[in-house]
Design a protein around this ligand. Sequence first.
Ligand code: NDP
Ligand code: MG
Length: 392
Amino acid sequence: MKNICILGSTGSIGRNALKAVDNLGWKVLGLAANSNIGEFRAQVRAYRPKYAAVFDYKASAELKGSIPRGTRLLPPGVEGLIELASLKEADLVLNAVSGSVGFAPLVASIRASKHIALANKEPMVMAGETLISEAVRWQAKIIPVDSEPSAIFQCLEGLKDRNYDAAVSRIFLTASGGAFYRHKGSLAAVTPAKALKHPTWNMGPKITVDSATLMNKGLEAIEIKNFFSLPISKIQVLIHPQSVMHSAVEFKDGSVLAQMSEPDMRLPIQYALTYPERVKSLVKPLNLFKVKSLDFNEPDFRRFPCLALAYEAGRLGGGYPAVLNAANEVAVDRFLKGAALFTDIPVIVEKTVSRHHSRDRRPPTLADAVEIDQWARTKAAEIAAHLKKKRK
Ligand code: NDP
Ligand code: MG
């Protein structure tokens, strides 16, 4: 039995993780969320964690009176998240918050030498290479939760050392295609409600919109490049509508290893928790007779410019991925609030990235990544406001 802390417990990954934790019979040591007090309170009552943290100040104050005895409410804001992410008593930390807010808690978990199950991909886009070096330095283990990096991680398991580039010729990174893969006509008029209808996965709003723009695949390509120290040119995106093959690795000798299963996040979540062990999960066995065929198509980079923007940022390196990620977070937020069109998302990202003039192509330091993120957010907000005003 292990003690686990879950950051983002009320989200799509967080709720699935609690099911995996129930399946494993582990103890929940700490839970954290942002503002969904109804769900969070129910979780705290059901799991009786020793620690709880709520980021939103008002929500945290509201929760104070109804916290059961035996649970300590940590301070609101990033302070509580950092404390929860680095508790001495924790055997494992699952970081499943959405967006770059997970950056500081991830750094704290690394410096506390934790076993980290990482769903929160945005920090790995901002400064993944530096985070991996820090993890090596602090002997922290980072195991990916996202289904594609998890698949690649599993395919690479047999290699003796971390020099993946020497053994790998290509990564086949699969994508469902998102909500608009088969959409005919212009994407300018699509609503947030339409973008939030994902064909195969049931996920949080930000990542679902990222799937619809294909930015999610671009973020994953950068995450994978950083995680496994591979050139982004070795990563090829395949549209695979069945979402059964979660990604594959082609080795130098021509062998291709793939990881397959029913599309169910409880599997990669549980694997990240039990790694390197494999134990029975709640996931239905794959019935290949029912799946029948696996399709793979080329992505349309013109119709989904976010994918090309992400590849370019990944190729440029330096602070570019952090700029791309921050601008995308702002653009998606505006789209979800009805303040930007779906087709404004790549425009906001592209314009923000083009204002970042840096020749430094080295991986940013952690402090630089945070600074670049802040700068890009301000710029992207200005650009989004300007676009909106122009349209009136
Ligand atoms: P959701 O939007 O469903 O959940 C986000 C969670 O993070 C919620 O618990 C939310 O709390 C919490 N949260 C948000 N902001 C803060 C904050 N400032 N402080 C503390 N907690 C916060 O997202 P998902 O579960 O879909 O995704 C989480 C991460 O996992 C993302 O980075 C995503 O890219 C990645 N991922 C998700 C997959 C999926 O299947 N869903 C697949 C692969 C990766 P509250 O509910 O209170 O707002
Ligand atoms: Mg994914």
